[in-house]
Write a protein that binds this ligand. Sequence first.
Ligand SMILES: NC(=O)c1ccc[n+]([C@@H]2O[C@H](COP(=O)([O-])OP(=O)(O)OC[C@H]3O[C@@H](n4cnc5c(N)ncnc54)[C@H](OP(=O)(O)O)[C@@H]3O)[C@@H](O)[C@H]2O)c1
Length: 244
Amino acid sequence: MPQSISGSSAVITGVTSGIGRTVTRTLLADGVTVAGIARDPRRLAAAAEEWGDRFHPVLADLSVPQAVKDCAAEITERLPHIDVLVNNAAECAFDRPSALPAGRWRSLLETNLLSAISLTRDLLPSMAGAGHIINISSVTTRHLSSARYGPYALTKAALENFTAALRLELAATRTKVSLVTLGLVDTPIYEKVNGFQRTRRDLAERVPRWLSPDDAADTIHWMLTRPPHVVVGDVLLLPLHQAR
Ligand SMILES: NC(=O)c1ccc[n+]([C@@H]2O[C@H](COP(=O)([O-])OP(=O)(O)OC[C@H]3O[C@@H](n4cnc5c(N)ncnc54)[C@H](OP(=O)(O)O)[C@@H]3O)[C@@H](O)[C@H]2O)c1
C-alpha cells in the first residue's frame, strides 16, 4: 500500500527551474508543505505567488557556505518538523579538468556537494530520527564520455558516496536515504553551460526524446510514497536509447 504524504513538510533546493520546480509542484499538489530554496529573487517571488500558502520561498545562493547555514536556520524557524529533504540544485560545467578556473571548481563543489552536506547536517535534527533524504546524481559518474564532464561528475560522485555513507550512518533510525541517478532530462540546465551546444545536438541525434522533469518528479513521488518499511535506495532513470 502506498503511504500518504499529504500534510508532510519538504525542503527542496533549486525550485525555480527544471526538475526542482516540477518536484515542488508535484508535492504541493499532493498536500505537502514545501520550503523551496533558490537564488533568483524575481523567479522565486513569481513561484511563491503561483504556489500559495503551503510554499515557503527561501532565498539563498548555495555556492556561499554562510548563505546555506543561514537558510537552514530560516527553514527550521519556519518549519518545526521536516519530513523530506531533496538535494536537487546543481550547476553543470563542461570544461577540461585542468582548464576549469579555481573559482568555478569551488562554486561547483559548494553548490553540488557541500551545500547538500551542510543542509543535511543542519536539518537532520528537525527530522527527528525519521523522514526521507533524496540526493540527485547523474550518469556521468558511471561513464565519462568526455573529459569535459569530469568536474561535474566529480561533484556528483562525491555526492553518491556521501549518500551511501549517510544511509549506513542512519540505518538504525527510521530515516530513509535515497539516490536518484538521471540520464538526459530536458531542462534549462544545458542552456547555462558554456560550449555545450554542439554536444547537445549530437546527443539529441542519438537520443531523440529525453526524459521530462515530470518523469523525474513522478519517480521521486513514487519513492516517497512507498510503505514505511521499504527504502528505494538507488534508482537509475534513463531515456530510451541512452544506454549509459
Ligand atoms: N537535466 C539533466 O539532464 C540532468 C541529468 C542528470 C542529473 N541532473 C541533475 O538534476 C538536478 C536538477 O537539474 P535540472 O536539470 O533541473 O537543472 P536546472 O533546470 O538548471 O535547475 C537547477 C536549479 O538549481 C538552482 N541552482 C543552481 N545553482 C544554484 C545556487 N548556487 N544556489 C541556489 N540555487 C541554485 C537553479 O537556479 P538558477 O535557475 O538560478 O540557475 C535551478 O533552480 C541537478 O542536480 C542536476 O545535476 C540533471
